[in-house]
Design a protein around this ligand. Structure first.
Ligand SMILES: Nc1ncnc2c1ncn2[C@@H]1O[C@H](COP(=O)(O)OP(=O)(O)OP(=O)(O)O)[C@@H](O)[C@H]1O
Length: 651
């Protein structure tokens, strides 16, 4: 029988370290000397089906040459030549041009300074003249390519910086999800910016339309899936595409797609508002397969996001009766899922080669809400295998388990054995247990009123590692107290000592071997849970930091810089506020801490250091030092699709 147990804490099952992709395309597909080919005729829909597939792209190499060439054409000639000579050109991710600063090319291995000469107004004008119009989200494209050009404007609206992202259609990119796509699952993909969400859903759209002959309609918010221009890029295969005039009407276009074009599948990049979530849920109710992305790193992020919780069924607070609460062993007010989830499966994209699959999104949400660990299936594409897929072209068959391309790995043991794709397991708890126990063993047990010999016998019966539990005579060293109930009752000093050292007490009614063994089993299990909980708490903290920085980055890139308006972030702990402040500082922006009813939060101000409006000496608003402009490392990379997705709090 248990006396006390370790305090129950909220368990967070997961967080990810985002790893940079480690992929290589088969061989350099672009060679100097540089040339700017004409727009490809092969994007003519009638010719698409006859494309030979020789690489990981759905295009032959010269097609890729053309597309990357069209992005590099934005650069002045000398800079263009330097990028095209770079050995990692096939993996080029972005080109960054900021007025008065040296231009950069971003590769998976790091940033490359393209030129020692800073970017001039003419350079920016040369680049912007070649791209389509910038929409309200400050994004533009290059016709018939998948590249995305994002602008940074000054307060007067003039473009002073460009982030030019290379877009590619990569056929192997959705291989890890092929079985789910084929089964008709509605998939919600989440992941941080730049992790490859758009690339994956583009490939899913192509797969469904071409390989599974489905009527696929893409609702393409900023023309990122189907590329810029009115003729969609061949990367979407036979899928059709509806453009969205501006992100405010995305939900209407979603409904229109269903009502007018009879799709079997709808693909949409970035559901971010409540209206879009509602439209998605309406579509799901009509039995249409949905494939969508949303912002967030884990499923918990969605649960906690008031705009998006609807996607996972909605969350409600329920008050239980006394009896039910004690039966479940929970508090009287609990959180529960309100209704069916819009999507059947959730996919967390950890990196370009690693996914975490929640086969039943509803079960995952229920587990998280009740503090349990959800079943997660981890799928990895080994870089070698990835390379093979890319080199040999896509293998569109059902032999996921047979052909050895996809590994369903249990990262806990580092074993590369293949695990059946149907086998799901809670890897994370196992991982936590292992780590936690290794650090916290042995468990020191203080016994009172029970013979040590009986306790040792009990430990032996549980077949535990000899060193796992050690008996101690010093209560201040103990992790738990095991006592005979009748004896303990008569000794308030022991009770007080246990309380003052904050250790749990386990009591048995008798000192029989059976009862003692049961108690040991219970205390070991609780100890283990407690360790998991504390490890989970650490993970929650990391998750919160990631969220907070991402929130600040989005606010800066999507509101403060382009619109020149200030943004109030969500209340955070002072440690996290300092991290957000540091980020704002890297963007050369001012920020101040503001206290409100719900706690301290950061306000990011539009003024740059050196502008007339606010100077660092204005201490009423200045809360940090000034430094250089942001370095162009990955931490401030990427941008967000829409402005209305930020959680903004009134002051
Ligand atoms: N499997 C892959 N192999 C190589 N490069 C990839 C792969 N997937 C994506 N990329 C590249 O990574 C970059 C980011 O990809 P993508 O735009 O799909 O990310 P995202 O998660 O949709 O980003 P955002 O959230 O900012 O829109 C692009 O340059 C893309 O070509």
């Amino acid at each position: 029988m248990l006396g006390f147990t370790l305090p129950l804490q909220f368990r967070c099952y997961n967080y990810h370290h985002q790893s940079l992709p480690n992929l290589t395309l088969p061989k350099p597909f672009y060679q100097a000397p540089f040339f700017i080919p004409q727009p490809p005729h092969r994007t003519d829909p009638g010719l698409r089906a006859s494309f030979p597939v020789r690489s990981g792209s759905v295009f032959p190499e010269d097609e890729l040459d053309v597309e990357v060439g069209r992005l590099l054409a934005l650069l002045p000639e000398e800079m263009r030549r330097r990028v095209s000579d770079h050995p990692e050109l096939p993996q080029l991710m972005e080109v960054v041009m900021d007025l008065g600063r040296k231009p950069l090319a971003r590769f998976p291995s790091g940033d490359f300074v393209i030129s020692e000469y800073p970017i001039t107004v003419q350079d920016i004008e040369h680049a912007t003249a070649q791209v389509g119009d910038f929409a309200v989200d400050n994004r533009a494209g290059i016709s018939r390519t998948l590249h995305r050009i994002s602008a940074i404007r000054n307060r007067k609206g003039t473009i002073i910086g460009l982030t030019c992202r290379v877009g590619r259609a990569i056929s192997g990119s959705a291989k890890l999800l092929q079985d789910l796509v084929q089964d008709g699952a509605s998939l919600l993909l989440i992941g941080p910016p730049g992790v490859g969400k758009t690339t994956i859903i583009r490939e899913i759209a192509r797969m469904l339309a071409n390989d599974y002959k489905k009527r696929v309609m893409i609702v393409d918010t900023s023309n990122e899936i189907g590329g810029d221009g009115d003729i969609p890029h061949a990367g979407i295969g036979n899928a059709r595409r509806m453009q969205v005039p501006n992100s405010d009407v995305q939900h209407k276009v979603l409904i229109e797609a269903v009502e007018n074009h009879m799709p079997q599948v709808i693909v949409i990049d970035e559901i971010g508002t409540k209206l879009e979530a509602m439209a998605a849920s309406t579509i799901a109710q009509r039995g249409i397969q949905l494939v969508a992305t949303a912002h967030g790193v884990t499923i918990e992020n969605l649960i906690m996001n008031p705009s998006l919780e609807m996607l996972v069924g909605g969350i409600q607070s329920v008050t239980l009766g006394d009896e039910e609460a004690s039966r479940r062993g929970v508090q009287k007010t609990v959180l529960e899922r309100k209704g069916p989830s819009t999507f059947s499966c959730g996919v967390e994209i950890v990196s370009k080669t690693e996914l975490r699959i929640h086969r039943s999104l509803e079960a995952t949400v229920d587990a998280i809400l009740s503090g349990r660990f959800p079943n997660v299936e981890e799928r990895k594409m080994k870089s070698q295998e990835q390379k093979e897929i890319l080199e040999n072209g896509p293998v569109i068959d059902n032999s996921l388990e047979k052909n050895g391309e996809i590994l369903f790995e249990d990262a806990t043991d580092g074993d590369d054995d293949h695990i059946s794709q149907n086998e799901s397991y809670s890897k994370f708890p196992i991982e936590l247990e292992k780590d936690a126990w290794e650090h916290k063993l042995p468990l020191h047990l203080f016994c009172y009123g029970i013979l040590e010999a009986t306790v040792i016998q009990g430990i032996n019966q549980l077949k535990m590692n000899d060193a796992a539990i050690q008996l101690t005579d010093n209560i201040s060293e103990a992790n738990a107290l095991l006592a005979l109930q009748s004896k303990l009752k008569k000794n308030p000093r022991i009770q007080a000592a246990a309380k003052s050292h904050d250790i749990p007490i386990y009591v048995t009614k008798t000192s029989s071997l059976e009862h003692v063994t049961k108690a040991i089993r219970a205390l070991v299990s609780d100890h283990e849970d407690g360790l998991k909980d504390s490890a989970s708490t650490d993970k929650i903290k990391v998750l919160e930091k990631i969220d907070a920085l991402e929130e600040a980055r989005m606010a800066i890139e999507n509101i403060v810089i382009p619109t020149g308006e200030h943004v109030d972030l969500l209340p955070r702990s002072s440690h996290i506020l300092s991290m957000q402040l540091e980020l704002a500082r890297k963007y050369h922006l001012l920020a101040k801490r503001i206290g409100g009813e719900s706690g301290l939060h950061l306000r990011i101000l539009p003024s740059h250091y050196g502008t007339d409006e606010v100077k660092p000496s204005d201490t009423s608003v200045f809360d940090g030092e000034f430094d250089d402009f942001p370095s162009s490392n990955g931490s401030v990379n990427g941008s967000l699709n829409s402005l209305d997705r930020l959680p903004l709090l009134p002051e």
